[in-house]
Ligand binder design. Sequence first.
Ligand SMILES: [Fe+2]
Length: 180
Amino acid sequence: MEAASTTRSTPSPLSSLASGMEATLSQNARMVAAHVEASLPDADTLLASLPAGALQGSPDNYTRHLVYADPYERFSVMVLVWRPGQHSPVHGHRTWCAYRVLRGTLSERHYRWNPDNRTAIQTGAVTREAGDTFSVPAGLQHIHALGNGSNAVAVSLHIYGVDQDRIATGVNLLVDTIVS
Ligand SMILES: [Fe+2]
């Protein structure tokens, strides 16, 4: 029996649905970012709930602190502390997510996914300052790496659409990159 398959050259009866999904998911991400912006307490109030010393970070890697777990396991809120020079791997996302810079400055590199060779190539980089808020849908359309290229500790808040027990495996979708 022949295996079921799809090819990009074959028009799909669902192409209209698929293209509309992109706009719908993007709109949803914008709504999440707007809600985060409108609803978060000020950074000092938020960070006061962290364990003593948490804002120093760790010399080993950026650190993560769970600050809220939805009782229905729909999402988890983390605070990440980045020492200078600490970066995430390049990743897409297995779930929707949002982040807001609370303190300091983060750098964000953007990548474009090539489905044909299943690699990502960097397309640009931007600086994110305290107060900047973003959200992206799950998947590989939005691939990035976050990090602290400044000389001071940076702190960010992240919301992931997974239960706290799945943060380690259910958020970052690591990808291979190629150098342009
Ligand atoms: Fe991310």
